[in-house]
Design a protein around this ligand. Structure first.
Ligand code: AR6
Length: 182
């Protein structure tokens, strides 16, 4: 599914983020930046050791990555040029600042992309796997945050890569809610 908002193409695709031919992909990492399961594991596996090497260098310099923040590395053997690693919040019932922290993860990833002159970027559904964030709520935050950023910064394309058909359908219905007035 595709729509245009303020000159930026927003695309929802069911698929594997490691297969995307796009300037930058976003990783749903953890604060250690040392890899893990889910999309993080898939990115490191497909991208090769260069990504972990750069993550370790960032750890040395700044001690990892806080929840809601983002860092950038090479994409190694992936078809992209960069991986932006961000850390979403762990869902703890929703009253522990989870919505703001999740919005920050999207916002800071986009700001870092802009700083690096990246025009096209693909996101997975951050925090909705191992970290347990309910995807209906998370998708509204993801899309609202992107919409708010696009009111200030323009990109060529922002792609959401949803791993399952169920997740894809939830994002499609959230797009209709968030962009209904558009
Ligand atoms: N392409 C696109 N989406 C994927 C892929 C893929 N190849 N693989 C999984 N997903 P998760 P989180 C989806 O658990 O909840 C890691 O261990 C998945 O179906 O990867 O932010 C990190 O190291 C789900 O919808 O990330 C952290 O410790 C979404 O990606 C922790 O998990 C996010 O699920 C982060 O948890």
């Amino acid at each position: 599914m595709e729509l245009i908002y303020k000159n930026t193409k927003i695309n929802l695709i069911q698929g594997d983020i490691t297969k995307q031919k796009i300037e930058a992909i976003v990783n749903a990492a953890n604060s250690t930046l040392l890899g893990g399961g889910g999309v993080d594991g898939a990115i490191h596996k497909a991208g090769g050791p260069e990504i972990l090497r750069e993550c370790k260098a960032i750890r040395k310099k700044q001690g990892g990555c806080h929840v809601g923040e983002a860092v950038i590395t090479t994409a190694g053997n992936l078809p992209s040029k960069y991986v932006i690693h961000t850390v979403g919040p762990i869902w703890r019932g929703g009253t522990n600042n989870e919505p703001i922290l999740l919005a920050n993860a999207y916002k800071n990833s986009l700001k870092l992309a802009h700083k690096n002159n990246i025009k096209s970027i693909a996101f997975p559904s951050i925090s909705t796997g191992v970290y347990g964030y309910p995807i209906e709520k998370a998708s509204i935050i993801a899309l609202t945050t992107v919409k708010n950023v696009l009111d200030k910064i323009s990109f060529k394309e922002i792609r959401f890569i949803l791993f399952s058909n169920k997740d894809f359908n939830i994002y499609v219905s959230s797009v209709q809610k968030v962009f209904e007035d558009y």
